[in-house]
Design a protein around this ligand. Structure first.
Ligand SMILES: *[C@@H]1O[C@H](CO)[C@@H](O)[C@H](O)[C@H]1NC(C)=O
Ligand SMILES: *[C@@H]1O[C@H](CO)[C@@H](O)[C@H](O)[C@H]1NC(C)=O
Ligand SMILES: *[C@@H]1O[C@H](CO)[C@@H](O)[C@H](O)[C@H]1NC(C)=O
Ligand SMILES: *[C@@H]1O[C@H](CO)[C@@H](O)[C@H](O)[C@H]1NC(C)=O
Ligand SMILES: *[C@@H]1O[C@H](CO)[C@@H](O)[C@H](O)[C@H]1NC(C)=O
Length: 946
């Protein structure tokens, strides 16, 4: 054991990948194969749609890029989301090498053709089901997972060596032949001739068109393979040192069969395209593009979370006006949202979540929104927000309207986790009524302080707004509309963040930001009371925000605690001096196509190079990595990436490593222990023909790190026939102690989990979450399980989000039924009930679509029961019951194999002729013969039932 693991450690430092590389280089990697296929099929779909609509279509320039394809598809504003979708799919693909490195089925190694194909076909079913439910993110995740084995097939098997010129379409279908599979006993390779492996597959295999693939193992002592079988090959694969030596993979140009790398990679692109075509066929063209986050508008969702408790009755009219205003400010524009979401919350009801693509429907619902419930001073605002964050696609824009503090403060860390994961922006619109018959907000702190929202309550909302890059606006109901007008400018989807900062408590500070040539409409948003703001432009001119005569600020608006200053564009570095003793936030935005997106990634420590996107917070205080993608320009590059403290001024610079395709891997020495944002500096030398530009962008979302690590893995397919268990591990890298565990899921499935874990410093503890889904949960349901661990002082917490798609293979939702074949009773008018008996003869059936009768159980009645499955039909069970007249009633429970349970009740007193229909009535004679046929003569004589 110790020897084995020691050896594994030694091997970890070797490089080499199993499967097409993950990191880009000269050879084609999974990443490039995936991206090329997606761009290829997307162009076909858009061209087809344009032709169908009689619109012009121009092909993007070769080689295709996400931005170029988005423009050709007439959806330039969704290029950022399109790129995000592609990155998400490729990261999900790369993850397979890290999570299932040694599972041969995921790589079509070791002749695991049937098993590998099963992964693909089950995945296809899950993707189609997800798309039907509009769970596009789940579809993207599964796409990446099954692209990996599909692409590996062409590198690891001898499909290319057999002279095939087209992909193997039968990998996408179950129940068809994958090909002429080599038997386990069939030798397939000979040892390579020195370094030359180009000719090591046996002639008989080639001639007979037998399909084989290489064996693979990283551990020398356990490396075995059946006699005469091919190996994967390469330095990491220990089976390739066993006869027949050498390998057959085509992962890179340098591989054993590297001379066929280009053919294999091109075949993998064609096969990936074919799989995408299959998905497109099932989904339809528009939903297919939506799955890839390409849509005419901005492809984001606009969400309203609205407090509908009684105290809001004064404001609700204003809220309607505001929401209608916000909706209409985008309808018909090129940034029109792809969908609209409404979540009302009252007390105790929260939801339901209403989602529609039609703004008119949403307006209708808003108009009829009832106001009721509540009564105390706090409302379930975080529950409403949680529902919206769970239901909206990532990068959505959320407006929450309330006049009360949160009653459900315990959801704080869960909501922050959701904000980090979805990178959605949450704006809080906090209103106070001006009417006199209710508690009234007063800015002066008189002794009859009657604010519903105190400073500490507001602090929670402020913290959430800040974490998401949103605003917290505190106004009267009359000011709501003005506030919305000001904020509606932040909805533009080509909006970029130049700078975001906050100070609490307030203090004097100077911030700088860069306005580049690509920026239009630079605007400064400030929230906070009594803040003095002084701007200095790149030419050194200054202006105070209250000064109406200067030339830096073209317009200034303020309402409640919110101020917006529109700047006269001047390219260069600006300064802004903020002076206030109160907490304040500062956000500088502009419009530009050039922006960035990123993921925290973990670099592989294993034998396979690559990185895996984190589904949890990065580790505090130690080094870490980010994968940054630039959008909006194919020629822009990243020059500097910095992690910037949100509330303080410390900054940590990273080292940037270009990866091709506008992607950059960034290493930082230390992830801050406090909340931080990500700032990217870059340049674009071909922005316009005249000059190169230097730009600065900042993440809108703020992030936290943790001294806790949580890991876990859920099966990607959730079959709701029994409990679904997920094991997870928590490690306390800092202080040990008693940690609270919370497991929540977006579907409200019941779950069990340990509510606390005792952790020693540096040690790992494991737990299991068990979910139980209703049996009739539809296929395609996206299950997101969030497991959180929190230190007892609440100072540190981490979470992991695990996802799974429901596949309900069984469409049997109907319980079995009883058909009465015969009924006899001689029980009426008896002096002594024991003098006579009654009998029923039944046919229990689960129907043609059913899963079959599992069992029949007598729950009432004292008679004799005999059951027997029908000889000719597995879905049918025959039941004979006979009882003394002293036990006049009988009841049966009948269950099918999926667990649907029905019951049947009969009584000796029932009216026989009406109880069963003519068609199933059998004569006494035939009943007797049937009875013998079914139950057998011996049973009958023993029990005397017939
Ligand atoms: C592009 O996709 C089409 C299907 O949409 C496919 O037939 C073709 O082979 C793909 N092209 C390449 C280069 O793989
Ligand atoms: C992690 O631990 C260090 C040292 O104990 C501490 O300074 C830091 O605040 C902790 N970070 C978090 C996020 O709790
Ligand atoms: C850990 O805390 C929970 C409550 O948060 C408590 O029920 C449990 O007993 C504690 N465990 C230990 C070992 O102290
Ligand atoms: C927890 O699980 C991991 C792997 O899942 C295992 O290596 C470890 O030994 C387990 N630890 C405990 C304390 O059970
Ligand atoms: C069933 O039989 C038991 C004795 O075998 C008797 O005590 C009971 O009363 C009977 N029940 C009915 C409903 O006849």
């Amino acid at each position: 054991m110790a020897l084995g693991s020691g050896l594994l450690c030694l091997l970890l430092v070797l490089t080499g990948a199993q499967g097409f590389g993950i990191l880009p280089g000269k050879s084609l990697s999974h990443l490039e194969i995936t991206e090329r296929a997606i761009l290829n099929v997307t162009v076909q779909v858009c061209r087809f749609l344009a032709a169908a609509e009689g619109a012009d279509f121009s092909f993007p320039a070769q080689p295709y890029t996400a931005d170029g394809v988005a423009v050709s598809c007439g959806a330039p504003k969704s290029s950022k989301n399109f790129r995000q979708a592609i990155t998400f799919i490729t990261l999900s693909n790369a993850r397979v090498d890290l999570r299932h490195a040694l599972n041969a089925s995921f790589h079509f190694d070791e002749e695991m053709f049937v098993q590998g194909r099963k992964i693909i076909t089950e995945g296809i079913e899950a993707i189609k089901a997800s798309n039907k439910q509009e769970n596009y993110e789940a579809a993207r995740r599964t796409l990446g997972e099954i692209f990996h084995p599909l692409q590996d097939f062409y590198s690891h098997s001898n499909w290319v060596e057999l002279g095939n010129e087209f992909p193997n379409s039968n990998l996408l279908r179950s129940n068809v032949s994958i090909g002429n599979l080599a038997d386990e006993s069939m030798p397939t390779c000979r040892s390579c001739d020195g370094d030359d492996c180009s000719n090591n597959i046996l002639e008989d295999v080639i001639k007979g068109k037998f399909l084989t693939s290489g064996y693979f193992s990283v551990v020398l002592f356990s490396a075995t393979k059946p006699k005469g079988k091919c190996s994967h090959g390469g330095a990491v694969d220990q089976t390739s040192t066993i006869d027949p030596k050498g390998g057959i993979n085509k992962d890179t140009f340098g591989s054993s069969h590297g001379h066929l790398h280009t053919q294999a990679a091109n075949m993998a692109i064609a096969a990936t395209s074919e799989l995408l075509e299959d998905i497109r066929e099932a989904a339809g063209d528009r939903p297919f593009l939506q799955m890839l986050r390409l849509s005419k508008g901005s492809s984001k969702a606009l969400c309203f979370v609205i407090d509908t408790t009684k105290s809001m009755s004064d404001e609700i009219e204003a809220v309607r006006t505001v929401t209608t205003f916000i909706i209409n400010s985008e309808v018909g524009t090129e940034t029109e949202p792809a969908s609209y979401i409404l979540v009302p919350f009252s007390d105790p009801e929260v939801g339901p979540l209403i989602k529609t693509t039609d703004p008119k429907i949403l307006e209708g619902v808003l108009m009829s929104l009832p106001v009721s419930g509540g009564g105390d001073d706090q409302e379930l605002s975080l529950s409403g927000l949680q529902l919206a964050l769970n239901g909206a696609p990532s990068n959505s824009e959320i407006f929450l309207f309330t006049d009360a503090p949160a009653k459900d403060k315990q959801l704080r860390s869960s909501v922050i986790a959701l904000i980090e994961r979805t990178q959605s922006v949450v704006n809080f619109m906090i209103s106070s009524s001006t009417s006199t018959n209710k508690r009234r907000r007063r800015r002066d702190d008189s002794q009859q302080q009657q604010n519903r929202i105190t400073a500490s309550d507001a602090q929670l909302y402020r913290e959430l707004a800040q974490a998401s890059g949103g605003q917290i606006v505190e106004v009267t109901k009359d000011e709501l509309v003005t506030a919305a007008t000001i904020l509606s400018d932040t909805l533009n989807s080509s909006l970029v963040t130049l700078l975001q900062a906050a100070r609490s408590p307030g203090k004097e500070d100077v911030f700088s930001f860069l306005v580049d040539e690509s920026i239009t409409n630079p605007t400064v948003y400030i929230t906070g009371q009594s803040v003095t703001v002084t701007l200095t432009n790149p030419s050194g001119e200054s202006q105070q925000s209250t000064d109406t005569t200067g030339s830096l600020i073209t317009s200034s608006q303020s309402v409640g605690n919110l101020q917006a200053l529109r700047l006269k564009k001047l390219v260069g570095s600006w300064n802004i001096r903020m002076v206030s003793a109160n907490p304040y936030t500062l956000k500088v935005i502009g419009q530009s196509d050039i922006d960035f997106l990123f993921d925290f990634v973990e670099e592989s420590q294993g034998p396979f190079e690559g990185y895996d996107a984190l589904d949890s917070r990065p580790r505090a205080g130690v080094n870490g990595s980010l994968l940054v993608s630039l959008t909006g320009s194919d020629t822009a590059t990243v020059t500097e990436v910095t992690l910037v403290e949100s509330w303080g001024s410390e900054e940590i610079k990273g080292v940037v490593e270009p990866q091709g395709s506008s992607r950059f891997l960034v290493h930082v020495d230390r992830i801050p222990s406090v909340e931080f944002a990500v700032r990217v500096m870059g340049r674009d030398d071909s922005f316009n023909s005249r000059a190169s530009i230097v730009f600065q962008r900042q993440s809108s979302t703020h992030f936290r790190s943790s001294n806790l690590t949580i890991s876990g893995d859920a099966d990607s397919i959730f079959v709701p026939l029994g409990p679904f268990s997920v094991t997870f591990s928590v490690t306390a890298l800092g202080q040990g102690g008693n940690f609270t565990i919370r497991a929540t899921n977006n579907q409200g499935f019941s779950s069990t989990f340990p509510t606390s874990l005792q952790l020693e410093t540096g040690k790992m503890a494991n737990g299991t979450v068990t979910l139980l889904a209703p049996r009739n949960t539809p296929s395609g349901t996206d299950v997101r399980l969030t497991i959180e661990a929190e230190a007892s002082d609440g100072e540190d917490s981490n979470y992991i989000v695990l996802r799974s798609t429901v596949i309900n293979t069984i469409a049997d939702f109907i319980e079995p039924e009883c058909q009465l074949l015969s009924f006899q009773s001689n029980c009426s008018g008896l002096a002594n009930c024991s003098d006579s008996s009654w009998t029923v003869f039944l046919r229990v059936t689960d129907g043609a679509e059913g899963t079959g009768v599992n069992h029949v159980r007598l729950i009432q009645g004292n008679g004799t029961i005999i059951t027997n499955p029908a000889a000719d039909n597995a879905n049918v069970t025959m039941v004979f019951y006979s009882s003394s007249c002293c036990s006049p009633d009988m009841e049966l429970l009948v269950a099918d194999n999926i667990g649907n349970v029905g019951s049947c009740f009969y009584s000796s007193k029932m009216n026989a002729p009406a109880a069963f229909s003519e068609s199933t009535r059998v004569t006494q004679m035939s009943l007797f013969s049937l009875c013998i046929l079914i139950f057998g003569l011996q049973v009958l004589t023993e029990l005397r039932v017939c």
